[in-house]
Design a protein around this ligand. Structure first.
Ligand code: MN
Length: 748
């Protein structure tokens, strides 16, 4: 997942905010009456024109006449409900009026001119912007659909209210979607909601809408999963009731003791957010759901930080889950402190600490910034900017795409993908867009470009800088794959991929390489045996022998021989049936001297990764004295001669090989050197060690800290080195440091 704070999708990345309060969803209410709507608006915007609101209400009612909704309700109930939703966001009068009129141009004989003359240019522009997108879901023509979307985004960038009215429109349509009879239509609308509207709502910070969009769409698209999760959530709630109220009491108690005013709210995870986490992180229901979630709403930011201190003093904080969005708000203006703590009884508690104002912004995002400025009620841009919310910026990425001259169709697809939660978008140096699942790494990228690019990938540059292959890609990264002439992929690179495509390609490559390794192993075993019996390879028709042994070909035979699936004696006896007895006798004689059967194999001659594996425990490097061990049906494992593993079970029965290194390090595949450094426990030591290793040309793969006393600490490094000489050099360099007490190469 992308780290916070610098990518477009990160406003959606932290899913702990998907949670809505522990209350039932508002049910679609009866039709809001004219005076009720007016009262609602007047309650937060007393200067709103009653006349204008009444006129719009009546106009919508008259224009829609006897039209009906799928529910059987009169059609005008829909625009009235949309206007009602907009009052929940406390939007201005023009937005409410536009909500009432939003379907008139499309579905009745009303015209934009008429609306302009009756309700003013602003309302007219709003209705036009919303109407454009109204055609989105119904247009059969894809290019038309795309064009409408582009116009809608441009209209929203010009005036954000267009987007807000449209979101309210979609919300009411989703709340009533179950009335639509055709399943296919329900699914199509739900998919569009999940792909476009929920992400758009998040983009402008209206998490309240986003959560409801997702919940309903998920219910429509995946009714079985939805049902199951609902049931399990209820079970879990029943079981944890007591625990939850205990935590609730403890939190209130903490507030009181600290003398901080505020309230504590319990939160419940929604089926969709649990589902998404289960899928994305591949974890179980319990792991996601079995966390008690609370929110503390306090008076001011100072109190938030004080409360955080109180909580962390009582309960241990899970460091990797701590986020301070108060000092670093999300681009959509979201602010809050998130922390997860471990309380007594190993209970995990997820806590959001925020002020009342932050809470409102978290639910209604950009809409929280409609207020009075003098006599006018409207969007308070300065107020929004003050808390780090720039609505223009939240849509800028789209506007830029349009500016780049993307055609409408392309834009629609890109925007959809761009917003889609579980993808990451990266580019080739020539600008080709590569879409990958989030969490994808450079190898996934390479294989997505072309299988050959993946196979020969040796490294990568991201945005011009050389980066390790285990780097997670982020939106907008330009990825350049560094390729060698021969396939460089080795077993284990599998872990550097996310996509099925890359994984299967790597597996295929490894398999074919392994066959090649076994093939050459079999070949040398056969040659050695023939040589000892004074035969030559020319005297023997391998394909013929293979046929008699029911194998496909001579090559397959050599491979089987390498795997020890068949015996070299069997092959020779089969090859020279006339002299079988004589051969068997010679072989019997040879058995007396089995140890001479060990052959010297030059491990640098073997294809990388094929038939040979380096022991993970001793991780031999070029220059170490080594020995090979082959258990039946397994590849040869290369060990240092002092490796503990050589005393393992089964090692005695295995076939042993004298192995030797040959040639110079070729700068290709590096070996792993593992060292332990005992160093002084003072600040900056780690940086000093890393610098020394890097300056000696070692590439640090992992660092672990081991035992730690008051003054000294053990640090374990896995370092990529060229050979033993290189490793020895690094050891010497480290020993020379004043902070270092002891340096050892370690095994296992
Ligand atoms: Mn509508």
């Amino acid at each position: 997942m992308a780290p916070d704070g610098n990518t477009l999708t990160d406003v959606t990345a932290d899913s702990s905010v998907e949670i809505v309060p522990l209350q039932e969803k508002p049910q679609p209410a009866r039709i809001l009456r004219q005076y009720e709507l007016v009262d609602r608006v007047k309650a937060y915007a007393p200067s709103a024109s009653e006349e204008q609101l009444n006129a719009a209400y009546v106009y919508a009612m008259m224009k829609h006449g006897t039209q009906q909704r799928a529910s059987g309700d009169p059609y005008y109930s829909h625009p009235v409900a949309v206007a009602g939703i907009l009052t929940e966001l406390h939007l201005d009068e023009d937005s409410i009026v536009a909500g009432l009129l939003h379907d008139t141009v499309e579905d009745t004989d009303a015209t934009l001119e008429e609306i302009g003359s009756l309700f003013g240019q602003d309302v007219c522009d709003l209705v036009e912007g919303v109407t454009k997108l109204g055609e989105l879901e119904y247009s059969s023509e894809q290019s038309k659909q795309a064009e409408n979307f582009q116009k809608f985004i441009l209209a929203s960038v010009r005036d954000l209210r267009v987007l807000l009215v449209k979101l309210a429109d979609r919300l009411h349509n989703m709340r009533t979607i179950h009335f639509i009879k055709k399943e296919e239509k329900r699914k199509r609308i739900s998919r569009e909601t999940l792909e476009i509207y929920a992400p758009l709502a998040r983009r402008v910070g209206i998490y309240k809408f986003a959560a409801e969009f997702e919940d309903i769409a998920f219910r429509e698209l995946n009714p079985d999963a939805y049902e199951t999760l609902q049931v399990r959530i209820k079970e879990l709630n029943a079981r944890s009731l007591e625990d939850v109220s205990r935590v609730d009491v403890e939190l209130r108690d903490m507030l009181e003791r600290a003398g901080i005013e505020g309230r504590v709210v319990g939160r419940q995870k929604q089926p969709y957010s649990i589902w998404r986490k289960m899928n994305r992180k591949d974890i179980s229901f319990r792991d996601v759901a079995d966390i008690y979630a609370f929110r503390m709403i306090l008076k001011n930011p100072d109190d938030c930080y004080r409360m955080l201190g109180v909580v962390h003093q009582k309960w241990a904080c899970l460091q990797e889950r701590f986020r301070d969005y108060i000092s670093m708000p999300k681009p959509n203006g979201y602010r809050s402190i998130h922390t997860t703590v471990r309380a007594a009884g190993n209970r995990r508690i997820e806590l959001q600490i925020r002020t009342e104002e932050m809470n409102r912004t978290a639910e209604t995002g950009v809409a929280a910034h409609w207020s009075y400025k003098g006599k006018n009620y409207g969007f308070n841009a300065e107020g929004a900017l003050e808390v780090g919310l720039d609505p223009a910026r939240s849509l800028t990425a789209f506007a830029e795409m349009i500016g780049d001259g993307a055609d409408a169709q392309e834009f629609y697809e890109h925007a959809k993908l761009e917003m889609y939660l579980d993808h990451v978008f990266a580019f080739t140096p020539k600008g080709r867009l590569i879409v990958l699942p989030s969490g994808a790494m450079p190898l996934d990228f390479a294989y997505a470009v072309h299988t050959r690019v993946g196979d020969t990938c040796q490294g990568c540059r991201i945005n011009g800088e050389t980066r390790p292959l285990r780097t997670g890609l982020r939106n907008g990264d330009v990825v350049e794959i560094i390729r060698g002439e021969k396939p460089a992929v080795v077993a284990g690179w599998d872990a550097l991929t996310q996509t099925g495509r890359a994984k299967s390609a790597i597996r295929r490559l490894i398999r074919s390489r392994e066959s090649a390794g076994y093939h050459s192993l079999g070949e040398s075993a056969l040659e050695a045996a023939l040589h000892r019996l004074n035969f030559t390879t020319e005297e023997l028709d391998l394909d013929e022998v293979a046929h008699r042994l029911h194998l496909k070909s001579g090559d397959a035979l050599l491979e089987e021989l390498g795997r020890q699936a068949i015996d070299v004696k069997q092959v020779i006896a089969e090859a020279f049936p006339a002299r079988a007895q004589e051969i068997m006798r010679s072989i019997e004689a040879m058995r007396l001297d089995e140890s001479t059967a060990n052959r010297l194999i030059d491990i640098r001659d073997m294809p990388a990764g094929g038939g040979l594996h380096l022991c993970h425990d001793c991780s031999p490097v070029l220059g170490d004295r080594i020995v090979g061990l082959q258990k039946k049906g397994e590849p040869i494992t290369v060990h240092c001669i002092d490796c503990n593993r050589l005393a393992d079970d089964g090692a005695e029965q295995a076939r042993w090989f004298d192995l030797s290194w040959s040639g110079q390090p070729d700068g290709g595949i590096m070996a792993l050197g593992r060292i332990c450094v005992t160093a002084n426990n003072r600040a900056g030591v780690m940086a000093q060690l890393c610098t020394a290793i890097a300056e000696s040309g070692g590439n640090i793969i992992t660092v672990k800290s081991g035992e730690r006393s008051i003054d000294f600490t053990d640090l374990m490094f896995d370092i990529e080195v060229a050979d033993l000489k290189h490793l020895t050099l690094i050891l010497a360099t480290l020993r020379a440091l004043s902070a270092v007490d002891k340096v050892e190469r370690i095994r296992g």
